[in-house]
Each structure stands twice: as C-alpha cells, then as structure tokens.
Design a protein around this ligand. Structure first.
Ligand SMILES: [Zn+2]
Length: 356
C-alpha cells in the first residue's frame, strides 16, 4: 500500500492565474477568490450610453474549462456573478471591487443556510436539490423499465484525484457514456465525488423517507449535445447525476483503490494521479431500480440543470474506507465532514420510479 501511495504522483498548486497584463485588474483579487470557484479574472468596461459592463470570468470547480459569466449593470451599484457568486461594485476609479467576504462552505457562517446570500437561486429556485424522496409519493413510470440505463464507462489511466476543500473529486479524461432511463441522447461522465458525515448516521444529501445514509456518491455526467461540461452546466437538460446512497458495511474493492490514495490529497488543493487504471463502474452494481426527478447542483452555483437518478440499492464501504474520507482537510486544515446540503422542498415536482 505504501509503495502504491508513493507511485501516485503529486501535483502542486491548483489555481492557475493569468497575468495582470492579460487580465487587467483581475489577479490582484486572486487571494479573495471564492473558494473552489477558480476565478480567472474580472474586468469592467464601458458599454456605451453611460452603461457599464462588468465581466466576471470564472471557472466551475466541477469542470475543467472556463465558463464566462457576463454581468451588465447600468446603475453603477453592485452586481452579482451568477456563476461564482462574486459581487462586483464599481469604485471611483471604475475598477471592480469584490465585496464578497466569506467563501461558501459547510460551516456555521458560510454553510447551506447562507448560500442564498450570494446564490439567490438557493431560495428562489424551483428545482433545488437534494430532496427527501418519499417512496410512497413516487410515481412508477413503466417507460423507465422499457429503456434501461446503459453505461459504457471506460477505464481511466492515471485518473486524477483532487481535494478541492469540499470533497475529493475524481476527474475523468475518457469519454464514458451514459444513456437510457429518463435521458434523451448521450451523456458523458465528467467527474465523481462524495458527501459524508462526521460520524455514521448522517452524510447523504438525499434522504429516503427521511432516512439519512452515511455518505452519498455522485457521478456527474453532461449532455453530449453541448460541447463541454462548462457549456452544459447551466442548461435545463445539461447534466445527469447518479446518486448512490453509501452505508458502512462490507469493504468495497472499487472504492479501496480511491481510499488508499486519499493520503496523497489530504490537504486542500492537492492532486494526484492514480497509479492503477480505474473503471468508475466498479463502484456500483445495480442500475435497475432508481428514482428520478428534475433538480439542481447541490453546491454553488446550484444550477437547475440536473436530471437526478438516485438508486435504491445502497453501496457499501467498510468503516476504514469511510474513515479515510474524514481525514481530508479543508482550507483551514480542519477535517472535511458534514459536507452535505440538507433536503429542500419538492414543491410541485414529481419523483418517478423505475420500479413498482
Ligand atoms: Zn455532489
């Protein structure tokens, strides 16, 4: 195990910033950047007729590409980037001033109850996630059984694991495909990550009839009709996420490969490439019984772009494997635990099931 961990090549640093020359006033704000959102730059230009035009160029934590958000504001007061949550206001020298103080997280001062302060969709949204899945309310849809979920996952060589301060994320390079079930067309696996508790008995984001699981595994796919993950991320049919409830039980051979490399990414920002090849489908088995509904990302920017597919059969991992997650550290060097958003109102949404 030790030898394997040493084989896992570490990479240094995680935020690539462009130079001042290229991004104007951008980089001087780099230190304040919204945690996890890799903000590349901000610029403020005059848009004519006295209108100012502010641009925030930031990239999504869960994507590898840069997603540009443009904010227009004619009043000259503050404006808000819907992607990174950074509030820009114009100072006298017409340079954007970031007024955001705390980065989002899971603490008392920056946790899910505060996210709406910077991401208004947290409160105003109509299809936020996670939810409590009330199994008696779910509607059986026979069409889902007729079109089974098909995955064609490819083995990843040197798969990258990253501690992003909120979770551990495995970033894909291969084009692993998902189709069928509630989905139109083909979706491609972008990354997977987990949410977990400080102790057993909590940690899942979705709950089933009010029951919390010890953790939840998310495999994030994007609709191939959009060129990239970043372009798909805010489209209503842009993403499809597999949610697996995780409970402590018997050891999981697939997860063991991840678990043994977590020691290389204990600190926020650390990345490593796995020594062995890894096929993400080794993490789960049964894709036949699931619930599906229209929802959102469960972390800022909380885009309402996710077709959720939450599986009935929980994935088991050992207590040791569970504990290996709790050793990861956030930006303050504290253990990453309880990194889950509690369930939100279902509203008038219908949850469908693939089984009766
Ligand atoms: Zn997640």
């Amino acid at each position: 195990m030790q030898a394997k961990m040493q084989q896992c090549k570490e990479q240094s640093g995680h935020v690539a910033r462009l130079s001042d020359e290229r991004m104007g006033v951008a980089t001087k704000y780099g230190e304040n950047l919204t945690e996890g959102r890799k903000i590349v730059g901000h610029s403020l230009t005059s848009g004519g007729r006295g209108k100012e035009r502010r641009t925030c160029v930031c990239s999504l934590e869960i994507g590898s590409e840069t997603l540009s958000s443009e904010i227009r504001n004619s009043s000259g007061s503050s404006s808000h980037c819907s992607t990174c949550g950074w509030i820009l206001s114009a100072s006298s020298d017409h340079k954007p001033v970031p007024t955001m103080s705390l980065a989002w997280g899971y603490g008392n001062n920056n946790g899910p109850l505060h996210w709406h302060e910077k991401f208004t969709i947290a409160k105003d949204g109509k299809r936020q996630s996670p939810i409590d899945i009330q199994t008696k309310e779910a509607q059986y849809d026979p069409n889902l059984q007729r079109r089974p979920i098909m995955v064609n996952y490819k083995s990843e060589m040197g798969m990258e694991l990253e501690n992003n301060g909120h979770s551990v994320k495995a970033q894909m390079k291969e084009k692993s495909e998902l189709r069928g079930g509630p989905l139109e067309g083909t979706y491609l696996l972008e990354q997977f990550h987990l949410h977990w508790g400080a102790e057993n008995g909590e940690g899942s984001e979705h709950t089933i009839d009010g029951n919390k699981y010890d953790a939840e595994l998310h495999l994030v796919h994007y609709n191939s009709k959009y060129e990239t993950f970043a372009k798909a991320a805010d489209k209503p049919d842009g993403l499809a996420v597999f949610g697996f409830m995780v409970k402590v039980g018997k050891s999981n051979d697939g997860f063991e490969k991840i678990s043994k490399d977590l020691g290389n990414v204990l600190v926020k920002g650390k990345k490593c490439n796995m020594a062995d090849k890894f096929d993400p489908s080794c993490l789960f088995s049964d894709l036949t019984a699931y619930w599906t509904y229209a929802g959102s990302l469960t972390t800022p920017p909380l885009y309402e772009s996710v077709t959720w597919i939450v599986f009935k059969k929980a994935v088991e991992i050992s207590q040791e494997q569970m504990d290996s997650l709790r050793l990861l550290q956030d930006s303050e060097g504290k253990s990453i635990v309880n990194n889950y958003r509690p369930p939100l109102s279902v509203g008038d949404r219908v949850v469908n099931s693939s089984f009766s």
